[in-house]
Design a protein around this ligand. Structure first.
Ligand code: GLN
Ligand code: ZN
Length: 783
């Protein structure tokens, strides 16, 4: 590509940056404030320093328009609720008394007020606080935070662009509040919301903002004509106002699709589109290809600014810079001005790959975290403006790194490759049909009707966390640590025997995290030391990186499960994390389809299932809590996803003999569209969350004709509340209306690791008592 002399130079920008600071300074400052160890002034100081450092880092990298307003003490959707005055009635007094404490009250609740509900931000692992709206919601503009942060960046001499969540996506992400009538649609509030957004835009314009970005990612999902009409109305309204900055409407995570022509026609000055995101089927670039195709079909965006998100904003891999330049060259003729960006806010990746010293240098050379991605954006903007020759040394280094990745034995392990290539349909199928398996398992396990069990983890006590920290710090050795774990397993097994549970677990005391534990033992995964990513509020996770071909050098769980089994006559259930979840809660490879990576993980788990079985484990649970959340954003991609997800689960479990009972677990009950896929998993027993939704799921399963055994949760583990025996028994009677007694299990909603022993113990005792009560009723024919 050569420089095009007539075109304006390409700018370099991003939509958001990690908030926490290099050492999670923000988390520490907020938590100190919560504990009363630091005052609000200290917190605000830390916030201001972190924002300044981020902007400087971006500016030094060569980003010429920095984002503002993306910083948050908790969540940017909550910040938007504050900006438009959508404070629920129950939090108003707290907000009026002290805006900062009121803000945290909305986020976390107080003694007597519930927080806002929290849910996942699209298909990321970031959680936002769901706005609560009703017909009585009165919006009022509070541009204070946005204006102040914009001014801070300006004071540093930077060109800044405030980033706001767009009004339509804001409404589409919200839920009806407790006072809203049934069926209330928050979108009906659009006309009331728009003048408030207009006021904020005017305030930012007054403060000197030339451009403001409005994010509308909800439109990368399938939307109804009414929703598309709302989008058109919104931007017609905002675009027609005087005294406003230029508007840049951004979308990311998928192709914009039918919303693209709507926004192309709207009176806004720019669009930001995703040209990096891998498509639903795992085909690299397919969302970007779809955006490019549609944009070309529309004749481009004459007179507008196009911000091209070519650097992948959610993965942690270096970009293929040459491929990005090719995309940019194709875009160049399609708009007045083309700028380069990461595809979405860099909030979803860790801050700086150079902080990682412990990663194999080969793999480290393939990594790009937020700071490195900003650098790639700048390189690409330079290449677009001045021609590829101007960035030849960067391109050469990038080519070499990509080649080393493609040729590495880490990413191409011949043994793994030949094994996945040899997989047959039969491998993904249990040898015996369910009816035969059920009979064999019944004979082997000899369980009472309505058998009781748990989901796997027991309370993770302070002592356990201390032991793990002591081991890491070298204060205790592995032998001492393992003895500590064995003690915990002994106590957990003894408790379960005394409580009268039927299928026991070892309690997972050796696992701090259900994905990390396995990632640490599989080849093909690397761990970071500082790779923190915000999950919600002050909670950060360090997802493992699935960087290479996956194999299992040796058994991962067998010695712990066998130890637990050696302590009791009752069956002990083996516990594994399923392949889909192992991918969903990690950073995955972008150099092969997810389906292929999932198959590799599945085969490693298959080995573990075999070894557990060989060690005499009669029941094995393969958890897939992430199966549903990984569903592609657009319906068009779902069938392909479900096909590989189901295949991976079945490959992991398919080798189990008829007498080995395979359980699975999912922490949700909104199945709707995926119930068929759940059936296709062919698990002998599935446990699900059901307590809070009053067993609604059993009706859905019965309606579908789900043929196997089901354990709908009768104990809500999200609350410290101890459910009484009568309450659990009542839930079981409800379940029995839908599921016959021979196929019903009794268990909590999910694992107990976040609970304390006193309430978990009492709750399980009541759960066993409830099961016994119902068994007695059934035996006497009253059931
Ligand atoms: N077996 C895991 C546990 O009990 C399952 C956790 C989950 O579903 N998220 O903790
Ligand atoms: Zn769960």
């Amino acid at each position: 590509m050569t420089a095009s002399p007539g075109a304006p130079p390409a700018g370099a920008t991003v939509y958001g940056y990690p908030r926490q600071g290099p050492h999670r300074e923000l988390k520490k400052a907020i938590e100190s404030y919560w504990r009363g160890r630091a005052d609000a002034a200290a917190l605000h100081r830390t916030g201001a320093e972190l924002r300044r450092d981020n902007w400087r880092q971006l500016a030094e990298a060569g980003i010429d328009e920095v984002p503002t307003g993306d910083f948050s003490y908790y969540d940017h959707v909550l910040d938007t609720s504050v900006m438009v005055g959508a404070v629920p009635e129950r939090h108003r007094a707290a907000v009026a008394a002290d805006p900062l404490d009121g803000y945290f009250a909305m986020a976390r609740g107080t003694e007597d007020t519930a927080p806002l509900e929290m849910t996942k931000w699209f298909d990321t692992n970031y959680h936002y606080l769901v706005p609560e709206l009703g017909p009585g919601t009165v919006f009022t503009a509070d541009p204070g935070k946005q204006v102040a942060e914009f001014r801070e960046a300006r004071a540093l001499g930077l060109t800044a662009r405030p980033v706001l969540l767009g009004p339509v996506t804001y409404l589409l992400l919200s839920h009806p509040g407790p006072d809203a009538p049934p069926g209330f649609d928050p979108l009906t509030l659009l006309d009331a919301l728009l003048p408030v957004y207009a006021e904020v835009l005017t305030a930012l314009h007054g403060a000197g903002a030339a451009w403001v970005q409005l994010d509308e990612p909800a439109f990368v999902q399938d939307r109804t004509p009414a929703e598309l009409a709302a989008l058109a109305r919104a931007y017609h309204h905002l675009g027609s106002r005087p005294d406003r900055p230029h508007l840049l409407v951004a979308s990311y995570f998928e192709r914009l699709g039918e919303a693209l022509p709507v926004l192309a026609r709207a009176p806004v000055e720019g669009l930001a589109l995703d040209f990096a995101e891998s498509g639903p089927a795992g085909t690299p670039g397919s969302a970007g290809a779809a955006n490019l195709e549609m944009l070309t079909g529309l004749g481009g965006l004459p007179g507008k600014r196009l911000v091209a998100g070519v650097v992948h904003g959610r993965n942690i891999w270096i970009n293929d810079l040459q491929a990005s330049l090719t995309t940019l060259a194709a875009l160049r003729g399609l708009a007045d001005r083309v700028d380069v960006a990461a595809s979405c806010s860099l909030l979803h990746v860790p801050l700086d790959a150079t902080a990682e010293r412990g990663i194999d240098p080969e793999v480290a050379g393939w990594l790009a975290f937020a700071r490195q991605k900003a650098g790639e954006v700048v390189t690409l903007a330079r290449g677009l403006t001045h021609g590829a020759g101007a960035v030849e040394s960067e391109l050469a280094a990038n080519r070499a790194a990509l080649a080393s990745r493609a040729e590495s034995l880490h990413t191409r392990d011949p043994a793994v490759r030949s094994r996945t290539a040899a997989v047959t349909d039969a491998d993904a199928r249990r040898a015996e049909p369910y009816a035969r398996r059920a009979a064999e398992q019944r004979a082997r396990l000899a369980l009472p009707p309505l058998p009781t069990t748990t989901i796997g983890s027991f309370p993770q006590t302070g002592g356990l966390r201390t032991a793990r920290a002591d081991l890491r710090a070298g204060r205790i050795d592995t032998a001492a640590y393992e003895e500590r774990i064995r003690t915990e397993i002994r106590d957990t097994v003894a408790f379960q025997e005394a409580a009268g549970l039927d299928v026991l677990v070892h309690g997972e005391p050796e696992r701090s995290d259900m994905v990390q534990y396995f990632a640490e033992q599989l080849t093909g995964y690397v761990a970071t030391r500082h790779g923190w990513v915000q999950s919600y509020g002050t909670r950060y996770v360090r997802p493992p990186i699935l960087s290479g071909d996956v194999s299992r050098p040796e058994p991962m769980t067998v010695h712990w499960i066998s130890y637990a089994q050696s302590l009791t006559e009752r069956p002990v259930k083996g516990m594994l994390t399923g392949p889909v979840t192992m991918l969903a809660w990690s950073f995955v490879r972008d150099d092969q389809p997810r389906a292929e990576t999932a198959r590799q993980v599945a085969l490693a788990l298959r080995d573990e299932v075999r070894d557990l079985e060989a060690a005499g484990t009669p029941v094995i649970q393969v958890d897939e809590p992430a199966l549903r959340e990984s569903l592609p954003l657009r319906a068009g991609g779902r069938a392909a996803y479900l096909a590989w997800a189901v295949e991976a689960f079945r490959l992991a479990t398919g080798a189990a003999g008829a007498g080995t009972q395979i359980h699975t677990h999912m922490c949700y009950a909104e199945f709707g569209d995926i119930i068929e896929a759940i059936d296709e998993l062919d698990a002998d027993v599935i446990s699900l969350e059901a307590a809070r939704s009053h067993m609604r799921v059993t009706g859905e399963l019965a309606g579908y004709g789900y043929p196997r055994e089901v354990g709908p949760g009768v104990y809500d583990i999200h609350s410290p509340r101890v459910p009484g025996t009568a309450e659990a028994a009542a839930l079981l009677r409800d379940a029995l209306r839908d599921i016959p007694a021979e196929r019903l299990w009794v268990n909590p909603d999910c694992g107990l690791k976040t609970r304390g022993w006193p309430e978990a113990g009492a709750s399980l005792e009541n759960l066993v008592a409830a099961a016994r009560e119902i068994r007695t009723e059934l035996a006497s024919g009253r059931g």
